[in-house]
Design a protein around this ligand. Structure first.
Ligand code: SF4
Length: 279
C-alpha cells in the first residue's frame, strides 16, 4: 500500500492526538486486500507506558475504523479507517519487538484498541500471534459488535477482552451508539462459554448512562457471565471535545459535565452489589 512503509511517519502518539486523512491515498482495492489478508492495517497511533488499558504497563495500538457512533466518543477521528496511517504487519510487529525486552522485565503487555479493532480482525490476530510468540500478554479492547468475526480458535491468541458494555436496554444502546446491542451480548456469552477473561468497561455519562436501574441491569448481565474479572467504571470527560470541534461534527455533549464523585461511587457500588470486582 502506498506510504505503508514510510518510516518518517511517527507511529508513537496519544489517542488524544487528532489524526486525519493519513491513509486517504490508499485505494479501495488496496484497503480491501489489507482487510482480507491482515498483512497491513490502519493505525491511529501506538502509545507506550499506558497503565489504564488493561493490567500492568502496556503498549497500546489504537486502530482506526469504528462502526459505532457513540455520542460520548473521545476519538471520533478513529471512526474513519483511512484517517489512520497504513502500517504493514512487519512494522507493527517491529514496534512491539522494540519494547519486548522492557516489556519482559516489567511484565508489560499489549492492548489493541481503537476505534474498533475487529473492523480489522485479521490484522489484529496476526499482531497478537506475533506478540504471543514473544511471550507478551494480549488484550483486545472492543465494543464486541463484530465478535462473530473471531472463531473459537482465533481466541487462543487473545488473553483478555476489555469489553464495552454501554447500555443494556436496546433502545438506550441504540441512542448512545447508533447500533443494536444483540451481537455484543452474543459475543459476551461466547467468551463466557470459552472461559475467556473479560474486563467490562462502562462509561458513566451524566444524563445518558447514570440511571442506576440501568447500571444494575448491566451489572446483572455481567455477573451472570461468570468470567468478568473486573469492571472499570469510566467517568465521562471532555478531553475529546476539541476533536468534534475540529472535525466540525455535531457534538451533543458539549455542556455535559464529568459525573460527580458520589454518582461514580454509586455506580461502582451497584456493580459490587452484583458480586463484581468494580473500580
Ligand atoms: S465504540 Fe469506541 S471508538 Fe467507536 S464510537 Fe464508541 S467510543 Fe468511539
Amino acid at each position: 500500500m502506498e506510504t505503508a512503509n514510510n518510516p518518517e511517519v511517527p507511529l508513537e502518539g496519544s489517542p488524544y492526538d487528532l489524526r486525519v486523512s493519513l491513509g486517504e491515498k490508499v485505494g479501495e482495492l488496496d484497503i480491501r486486500a489489507a482487510l482480507e489478508s491482515g498483512e497491513s492495517g490502519f493505525v491511529h497511533s501506538f502509545t507506550t507506558g499506558s497503565a489504564v488499558d488493561g493490567p500492568g504497563v502496556r503498549i497500546v495500538a489504537w486502530l482506526s475504523g469504528c462502526q459505532f457512533r457513540c455520542v460520548y466518543c473521545h476519538n471520533p477521528d478513529t471512526w474513519k479507517m483511512t484517517n489512520g496511517m497504513p502500517v504493514p504487519l512487519s512494522r507493527a510487529v517491529e514496534q512491539i519487538q522494540k519494547y519486548r525486552h522492557d516489556l519482559q522485565i516489567i511484565k508489560g503487555r499489549l492492548t489493541i484498541s481503537g476505534g474498533e479493532p475487529l473492523m480489522q480482525h485479521r490484522f489484529v490476530l496476526k499482531v497478537f500471534a506475533a506478540a504471543k510468540q514473544m511471550g507478551v500478554h494480549t488484550a483486545l479492547d472492543s465494543n464486541g459488535h463484530l465478535g462473530d468475526r473471531l472463531s473459537d480458535a482465533d481466541l487462543a491468541v487473545v488473553d483478555l477482552v476489555l469489553l464495552d458494555l454501554k447500555a443494556m436496554t436496546p433502545e438506550l444502546h441504540k441512542k448512545l451508539t447508533g447500533v443494536d446491542n444483540k451481537q455484543v451480548h452474543e459475543f459476551a456469552r461466547r467468551l463466557a462459554a470459552a472461559r475467556k477473561s473479560i474486563w467490562v468497561r462502562f462509561v458513566l455519562v451524566p444524563g445518558w448512562t447514570d440511571d442506576m436501574a440501568e447500571v444494575e441491569r448491566i451489572a446483572a448481565f455481567a455477573a451472570e457471565l461468570g468470567n468478568v474479572e473486573r469492571v472499570d467504571v469510566l467517568p465521562f470527560h471532555q478531553m475529546g471535545r476539541f476533536k468534534w470541534e475540529k472535525l466540525k461534527m455535531d457534538y451533543q455533549l458539549n455542556d455535559t459535565k464529568a459525573p460527580s464523585r458520589e454518582i461514580t461511587e454509586e455506580a461502582i457500588a451497584r456493580f459490587r452489589a452484583a458480586g463484581l470486582n468494580a473500580v
